[in-house]
Design a protein around this ligand. Structure first.
Ligand code: TRP
Ligand code: SF4
Length: 400
């Protein structure tokens, strides 16, 4: 069986904030210990909506990579790269565009949604329509099977699956597919070959789904099959062709519940964020000036944490004891709001300290980040070129 490969990308939107940390980056940091991971800066995707702001792309990209590293993404575990520095993504995007029905792109819900949301921009461009297809190329080029994304991106993953299926359907039928598949069956050894053949017949003639599942797990257990043979046997089993591109799955990143400074969810568009590496004085000031329960006009007025935007931060950052202290102190006017905010300030600063420390070396020596990205791009290009060879050949561009 092929090892899991995780891929995810982020548009370089500027400094990341604690919402990104709690929602996405912590998740990436965990996954890098479990899976092979590729994380990239989706700079071309940024241009699909911000084509008029080219001067922001590069700085935002470097800043974002520093934020990743600060959060604990480890370049010795995960491959970090920049989309536009792996031009194979563009080649695959182009080739996939040949078989992508316009209607599929127009029906992706983010297309109309974003056009309406960003109505001050002209997004009736070819590039913006192709946004999900570029994302498909990002994923399919690495044959990544796990794609951590937020809820809003799920339609893009679904779209990617459909593109992969369509590609395999059109190009997966090698002229000598049947012979190659039969030859691969023999390589299973006589006992397993017989079992595979029986299960295949049971599925194809009687639609027996259990037989299909058993045959699939039989194939999963075969360590020694080559990628090509394995894909042929899967395709042969289901009566499709060879699987050249594999269908990814979305790994849902739980929506970030990170509250912002005003009680709404933390988001750049609400202007209520604390950035990942914000300096201590600024963090302190932002939290100290947060609004609180309006009933507490004077220090002696009791309040209710449920009506206060500071309370959700206690839920993220404070333990049970502190929370009880807040509840009691607020309702009895036993504590002042600044007093109440202090444990949150302390906890945020505590959380950020290792991030600021990790970032420092990269700020001191920017060539470190350049070289991490250069290495990552090189690794990514190697992986991408394996798929591209198969894709070109399947589409008649082998030129061997
Ligand atoms: N569209 C994604 C977003 O806005 C970013 C992205 C681009 C991506 N390519 C990707 C995410 C491939 C996962 C896989 O968040
Ligand atoms: Fe909010 Fe705390 Fe003030 Fe109560 S005491 S209003 S919870 S900041």
């Amino acid at each position: 069986m092929f090892a899991d490969r995780v891929l995810s990308g982020m548009r370089p939107t500027g400094n990341l904030h604690l919402g990104h940390y709690h929602g996405v980056l912590k998740n990436w940091v965990e996954m890098q210990h479990e899976f092979e991971c590729l994380f990239f800066v989706a700079d071309w995707h940024a241009l699909t909506t911000h084509y008029d702001a080219p001067h922001t792309i590069e700085q935002n990209s470097w800043d974002m990579v520093v934020d990743w590293l600060a959060a604990g993404v480890d370049p010795s575990r995960a491959t970090l790269f920049i989309q536009s520095r792996v031009p194979e993504h563009a080649e695959l995007h182009l080739l996939l565009s040949m078989i992508t029905p316009l209607g599929w792109l127009e029906r992706v819900p983010t297309y109309k949604d974003q056009q309406e949301k960003l109505s001050e921009k002209d997004l009736s461009t070819y590039g913006f329509l192709g946004y999900p297809l570029l994302q498909s190329a990002d994923i399919l080029i690495y044959r990544a099977n796990k794609v951590p994304v937020g809820e809003d991106q799920v339609p893009h993953i679904e779209f990617t699956r459909e593109i992969a299926r369509r590609f395999n359907h059109i190009y997966g039928r090698e002229p000598d597919f049947e012979e190659k598949a039969e030859a691969a069956v023999k390589k299973l050894g006589s006992k397993k070959a017989r079992l595979y053949a029986q299960l295949r017949i049971r599925f194809q003639e009687q639609g027996d789904e259990d037989a299909l599942e058993s045959a699939k797990s039989l194939l999963d257990e075969q360590q020694s099959l080559s990628y090509g043979d394995r894909e042929r046997l899967f395709g042969y089993l289901e009566g499709t062709g060879k699987m050249i591109l594999s269908e990814p799955e979305a790994m849902l990143t739980a929506a970030s519940k990170m509250p912002g400074l005003d009680g709404q969810k933390m988001s750049k568009s609400y202007d209520n964020t604390i950035s990942l590496r914000e300096d201590e004085a600024s963090v302190t000031r932002k939290i100290r000036t947060m609004p609180t329960d309006p009933a507490r006009v004077r220090r002696s007025d009791p309040g209710n944490p449920e009506k206060c935007p500071v309370w959700p931060l206690h839920i993220v950052y404070s333990g049970e004891d502190t929370r009880q202290w807040v509840q009691r102190g607020c309702k009895s006017a036993g504590i002042g709001c600044l007093e109440c905010k202090q444990p949150v300030i302390t906890a945020v600063l505590e959380e950020q300290r290792p991030m600021r420390e990790r970032a420092q070396q990269y700020l001191d020596d920017p060539t470190l980040v350049r070289s991490i990205i250069a290495d990552g791009c090189e690794k990514a290009r190697k992986l991408a070129s394996v798929t591209m060879r198969d894709v070109r050949e399947a589409m008649g561009l082998g030129y061997s």
